[in-house]
Write a protein that binds this ligand. Sequence first.
Ligand SMILES: NC(=O)c1ccc[n+]([C@@H]2O[C@H](COP(=O)([O-])OP(=O)(O)OC[C@H]3O[C@@H](n4cnc5c(N)ncnc54)[C@H](O)[C@@H]3O)[C@@H](O)[C@H]2O)c1
Length: 427
Amino acid sequence: MEFKKICVLGLGYIGLPTASTFATHGVQVVGVDVNQHIVDVLRNGETHIHEPGLRTLVQAAFHSENLRVTDQPEPADAFIIAVPTPITPDKQADMQYVVAATESIVPHLGAGNLVMLESTSPPRTTVDLLAPILERSRLKAGEDFFLAYSPERVLPGKILQELIENARVIGGINHASSEAGRDLYSIFVQGEILLEDATTAEMVKLMENTYRDTNIALANEFSRLGLHYGVDIWRAIEIANLHPRVNILKPGPGVGGHCVSVDPWFLVEGAPELTPLIRQAREVNDAQPENVIALVEGTLGDVKGRRVTALGLSYKPDVDDLRESPAIEIVRALVGKGADVLFHEPFAPGAEVEGARSTPSLEEAFQGAEGILLLVDHKVFHDLDPKWVAGFLKNKVAIDACGAWDRQAWRDAGFQIEVLGVGEENG
Ligand SMILES: NC(=O)c1ccc[n+]([C@@H]2O[C@H](COP(=O)([O-])OP(=O)(O)OC[C@H]3O[C@@H](n4cnc5c(N)ncnc54)[C@H](O)[C@@H]3O)[C@@H](O)[C@H]2O)c1
């Protein structure tokens, strides 16, 4: 199947790189976003998200004259849906954006078109939710138009490279739809393309993120045991991982982002009686910020009125994505306990947390701090010279919730350093 023009709905972390990559590979692309601000920013030659190389790629896409951005879909050979799929407060998949985007395609859907869902979705979404909506066009899914699901598995920070190089699974509602999907992504994908059914492809994505979440929960639980038994859990994990068939992940302040901390719920929601482990893992990870707070209070005592500097707010290192971030939850909790929190997030200088103060400068962040708390292992924090930091502080207390800092170096610079998952006897 040939694709001269495609319409990408949702110009976020996934949709914008996808739209731009198709455009730079010679396809006419209409990028659609309901957020007028995003449309305006892109039309002004700027990008609204931080991702290495993205600005240059988007500019190249505009320069090729193959990319246009607008707030309305229009007729095309293929439609790609890359809109958010968050969870509701009661941990159900919130499909309102997918529904709205799918509905907006209906008036433009034509015979022989392909509709491709990329948003991470609960099993059977493509078959049970999308097909009936699209069939309101009076065209029959799988016969008059093709319909498939293909999850995105890119790593923020390396999206542009992984979009092209990663293996991709395409799950059609029938084989012809899978083949149409393969023809579309073959335009730029260099990784292996595997054709499956739609529900298998949906499961693959959810299983990948659930696997990570469950393994992180295990590491987080180990960190609690480290404290309980006076063991340095980082060292213990390092040694356990020397076993050829063991690969324990690293503990941390919790799990965030709108993938790993969200997607396992999509499996729990549909079959709660079959997923006790997945639910438990989610709950373990969701409770992990409490362990960081306990570490802070165990180190500083009552935090009321104490000046604490929090380093990092994003959900993982070296990205600007703050969604579901445990670091934010920890800052909020410290504020709730009356601490005077100053935070520094170099990737999102405009970030706000109610009751806490933000500073764009590291120097200012350290000035007058009674304790510094590492919440995100950004490279710039990882590489901090403790001797330089010591120059700003009277009360030299460092709390490392990421297991990132060289404890001896910090001690040599005069710090008391406390690390998540390290019991007293091994501090
Ligand atoms: N960000 C990642 O690293 C990542 C990785 C794999 C999968 N995913 C999945 O991809 C999907 C998109 O994620 P994202 O990070 O790009 O989200 P995002 O929030 O960055 O972008 C989504 C965009 O969709 C727009 N939108 C909402 N409703 C719309 C509609 N009806 N029509 C057109 N645009 C609409 C929003 O304004 C927003 O700009 C989600 O399901 C997510 O789980 C994301």
